[in-house]
Design a protein around this ligand. Structure first.
Ligand SMILES: Cc1cc2nc3c(=O)[nH]c(=O)nc-3n(C[C@H](O)[C@H](O)[C@H](O)COP(=O)(O)OP(=O)(O)OC[C@H]3O[C@@H](n4cnc5c(N)ncnc54)[C@H](O)[C@@H]3O)c2cc1C
Length: 146
């Protein structure tokens, strides 16, 4: 959906509800009469509760060119600053978010023990630009780290 194009969120939400209900009613006639409580959430609701940009439910788009190594890396421009969550590698969803946190935790633990984790993705001397979701971001990051 085009978040910025929505001017009346109440009307947008009502339209989505009608769309969902009509489809449910089509496959299960009489469904709407059985509903006791009906609650819905829009992208704006998600933004209000999670502060994710435009209410993004999975971070960057879940497309092959924006997943895995194509998402921003778990290490950033500042040494020992790490990122976890669905805007980073490997991607959106509960399990990938846990994976990002586990990778960072493993790396921090290994460093604390004086070792070098196999999953150590964060070069300490020559910071590599993280893979970025957009060429523009990649250029900025590269300029910052060069
Ligand atoms: C409706 C919905 C259904 C979903 N269903 C599924 C599903 O079935 N399976 C699945 O795998 N994934 C699902 N997802 C996706 C999954 O929930 C997310 O990818 C995941 O929760 C992202 O985790 P996160 O830690 O990166 O970010 P979030 O879960 O968004 O957590 C970010 C947290 O940071 C807080 N925060 C933000 N800014 C600040 C600030 N400045 N100061 C302090 N706190 C701040 C927010 O309040 C929030 O608690 C769903 C998402 C939505 C919205």
């Amino acid at each position: 959906m085009d978040f910025d194009a929505v001017t009346d969120w109440a009307a947008h939400k009502a339209a989505v509800e009608r769309h969902v209900m009509s489809n449910l009613e089509r496959v299960m006639p009489g469904f709407s009469k059985k509903i006791v409580v009906c609650l819905s959430a829009s992208a704006r609701t998600s933004q209000q509760f999670t502060l994710n940009h435009r209410g993004a439910m999975l971070g960057w788009e879940m497309s092959p060119d924006q997943l895995g190594e194509h998402r921003p890396a778990l290490n950033g421009l500042v040494r020992n600053l790490y990122f976890v969550g669905h805007w980073t590698q490997p991607g959106g969803g509960i399990t990938p978010v846990i994976v990002s946190a586990m990778r960072v935790a493993e790396t921090i633990n290994a460093r604390a023990a004086g070792g070098f984790a196999p999953t150590d993705f964060a070069p300490t001397d020559a910071a590599q630009p993280p893979s970025a979701a957009s060429p523009e971001l990649a250029r900025v990051v590269h300029a910052e780290t060069s």
